[in-house]
Design a protein around this ligand. Structure first.
Ligand code: ADP
Length: 322
């Protein structure tokens, strides 16, 4: 192996730059040439590829986003298009590919390997922490902290005015951010994407708090797949229970910002291991986080979304917010 390509794909997450830096510097240290592919699989198909050197990744460790940019490229699900991508890699003399992204991006990478024999390494990067086979994906800690900071601020004004706030956090399918933010902000209730909204229960939680003299209530809502869920809950609370509430949608601020120490540390370890393992001749693996360590695991273990539901967190939220 003489050269590697590197791309980010899917949603960006804080800490991707730390992984890029680690991949580039470890690879150069091993005597490899490194090619940065801009804008994910779409950029690969366009041949949007440039050589990176040690200083290309200087002064990026502290920045959110990704210097390589990222994209969604639905055509990559077509075998013919992947064949074209494999040709481009071969033509550019790129011997292996490192992909930073989520389970969707990993599916694309794994197919490049299984269909065309290209060695691939996957680095888990998504704020949702929802990739199977790894306890952690880069960006989750920072996104949770960003949401916690925002909810703490909302709690200040909610307490001053004795208000109920419905705070919507990211998570179309994944409950992870909502659950963590709910526990860490002392929320009165958490609404998860997989569940039917139980408006009676939310109202009961708010009313119980008012009765015992609480001067604010926070309901954390995972955005879910349907837009407008938080507003629907607000209208329901008003019309069925005469409870006034305010909606605050945190949105994309949760994707940005300087990566936390946890994200920088794990991303650096994952980038390093990706190259070390490719150099050993491993040709299809993900740098997963398991039991506190970064380890290489087969791609096939990381191609799905995590499905386990974490009811203990809901109980934790409810027990601690009485
Ligand atoms: P994430 O990687 O964060 O899960 P997506 O699911 O949006 O994000 O996937 C990112 C990109 O990965 C897609 O736009 C597509 O290019 C590629 N991809 C997703 N699923 C597949 C698949 N089943 N086969 C091939 N490529 C895929």
């Amino acid at each position: 192996m003489k050269s590697i390509g590197l791309l980010c794909s899917g949603g960006d997450s804080p800490g991707m730059n730390c992984a890029i830096r680690a991949v580039v510097r470890t690879a150069i240290n091993e005597g490899l040439e490194v090619y940065g592919i801009q804008r994910g699989y779409a950029g690969l198909l366009e041949g949007n590829i440039k050589k990176l050197d040690v200083s290309s990744v200087g002064n990026i460790i502290q920045h959110g986003g990704t210097i390589l940019q990222t994209s969604r490229c639905p055509e990559f699900k077509e075998a013919e298009i992947r064949k074209e991508a494999a040709h481009i890699l071969k033509r550019k003399k790129i011997d292996a590919l490192v992909v930073i992204g989520g389970d969707g991006s990993f599916n694309g990478a794994y197919k490049l390997h299984s269909e065309h024999g290209i060695p691939v390494a996957g680095i888990p990067g998504t704020i949702d922490n929802d990739i199977s086979g790894t306890d952690y994906s880069i960006g989750f800690d920072t996104a949770v902290q960003t949401a916690i900071d925002a909810v703490d601020k909302i709690r200040d004004t909610a307490s001053s005015h004795e208000r109920t706030f419905i705070v919507e956090v990211m998570g179309r399918k994944s409950p992870a951010i909502a659950l963590h933010v709910g526990v860490c902000t002392g929320a009165e209730n958490v609404v998860l994407p997989s569940e039917k909204v139980n408006i009676d229960e939310i109202a009961a939680d708010v009313q119980r708090g008012v009765k015992r003299g609480k001067n604010s209530s926070i309901i954390i809502v995972a955005e879910g797949e349907k837009e407008g869920l938080s507003h629907e809950i607000r209208e329901n609370l008003k019309s069925n229970y005469s409870i006034d509430s305010h909606v605050c949608i945190l949105g994309h601020i949760q994707r940005g910002g300087n990566p936390s120490g946890v994200d920088r540390f794990i991303a650096s370890g994952m980038g390093y291991l990706a190259i070390k393992n490719l150099m050993k001749g491993e040709n299809s693996f993900v740098t997963a986080y398991r039991n506190g360590n970064v380890v290489a695991v087969p791609f096939t273990e990381c191609l799905e979304k995590k499905t386990e539901y974490l009811p203990q967190y809901i109980n934790l939220v409810k027990t601690l917010s009485i």
